[in-house]
Design a binder for this molecule. Structure first.
Ligand code: NAD
Length: 341
């Protein structure tokens, strides 16, 4: 039995994580739960929004499902862990747990409004280096600069992760995204490493696109892509572009992967405007839990959940207001649980 650390989080977090937990339980997956409090509410109770005990729990279980956490201004933020300071709980967790990869499936689901059909690709974003190392300085009063650092080690780890992930799903094509025509050393290295690694994965075709051309193709024919491998900054931007192709951030699940631990979370925030009102759409959190189950190879349970979600979305009888229905979070959850029986 796998243990999952569940962080309910703030705002709509407790509602949508409860929904995901009920659905995972109904799927028959062999998992157990332990609840860890992090976020603004935890900050009020424990004096810090990210207690060391939460990090230790995830290090021990190696697996977390996280609800959104709110980042208010002022105390008790910024988030302190030991002598390290982070701008938010989400970033603190990612850094403390060494998540080097972000995975974002971009997929059309029935009944979720979108301009496109048949979109189904996965974004693999390298999450440990590039311009987001945060090495910036003022050269003089009128000039600022930032370091973009790309290493062979991090690029290779990321490329292998993407190939392995696609192989497990039986997918056939990975597109490495770059601007190596201009950034010949940094992007050139990222591209070259992916091409070298591709030799170990003859079952998956590797091609490449310059980032600007990719953006154009994504809005013209997104259904032609299978997997995208990107550095940190490009991955950040293309992730939101991708979410926009299939119905927005509200329905997008995501995963953060490290060498030891993995944490799954919806892309949306804590939605304080609708918190506690039974209005939150639980779909992104449910799909995040489904990704977690796939990750631990509870494949049958994951597939059953995805089918149940699709059926409820297609029937449109029990979907939340943002999906054009009248159901609350609890009613939509119950409808999905009923499909799993
Ligand atoms: P948000 O995603 O919380 O809300 C944006 C809009 O989308 C709101 O109108 C909200 O009601 C709606 N919405 C979001 N999720 C929804 C859902 N599941 N069902 C129905 N409607 C939904 O973004 P925001 O308002 O910019 O951020 C609110 C708080 O969340 C901030 O404190 C922010 O820091 C935090 N946040 C946390 C995370 C995280 O923990 N990973 C991510 C993003 C934002």
């Amino acid at each position: 039995m796998r243990r999952i650390t569940l962080i309910p989080g703030d705002g709509i977090g407790p509602e949508v994580t409860q929904s995901a937990r009920e659905i995972v339980t109904a799927s028959g997956a062999d998992v157990s739960w332990e609840v860890a409090e992090a976020g603004m509410r935890a900050g009020e109770k424990a004096g810090t929004p990210l207690p060391q005990s939460v990090i230790d729990m995830i290090k021990s279980s190696k697996l977390a499902l996280k609800g959104p956490t709110q980042t208010p201004f002022g105390d008790p933020y910024p988030v302190r862990v030991g002598d390290r300071v982070y701008p938010s709980v989400a970033i603190g967790l990612r850094k403390e747990l060494g998540f080097y990869a972000a995975v974002r499936p971009i997929k059309n689901y029935p009944g979720v409004a979108s301009r496109y059909k048949n979109v189904d690709f996965i974004i693999f974003r390298e999450n440990s280096e590039d311009l987001y190392l945060g090495i910036e300085r003022m050269v003089d009063a009128d000039t600022a600069e930032a370091i973009k650092r790309i290493t062979r080690g991090a690029s290779e780890r990321m490329a292998r992760f993407a190939f392995e992930y696609l192989r497990k799903l039986g997918r056939k094509r990975l597109t490495v995204v770059h601007k190596a025509n201009v950034l010949k050393l940094t992007d050139g290295l990222f591209l070259k490493v992916a091409q070298d690694v591709a030799g170990d994965y003859p079952d998956i075709e590797l091609d490449n696109r310059v980032i600007d051309a990719l953006c154009m193709e994504l809005v013209i024919k997104p259904e032609t892509y299978d997997g995208l491998l990107l550095q940190n900054l490009y991955g950040d931007i293309v992730s939101d572009l991708g979410a926009g192709l299939v119905g927005g951030l509200g329905v997008a699940p995501g995963a953060n992967i490290g060498l030891e631990c993995a944490m799954f979370e919806a892309v949306h925030g804590s939605a304080p405007d609708i918190a506690g009102k039974n209005l939150a759409n639980p779909m992104a959190m449910i799909l995040s839990a489904m990704m977690l189950l796939r990750y631990i190879e509870e494949t049958a349970a994951a597939t059953r959940i995805e089918r149940a979600v699709e059926t409820v979305l297609r029937e449109k009888k029990y979907v939340t207001r943002d999906l054009g229905g009248n159901a609350g979070t609890r009613e939509m959850t119950k409808a999905i649980v009923d499909k799993l029986k």
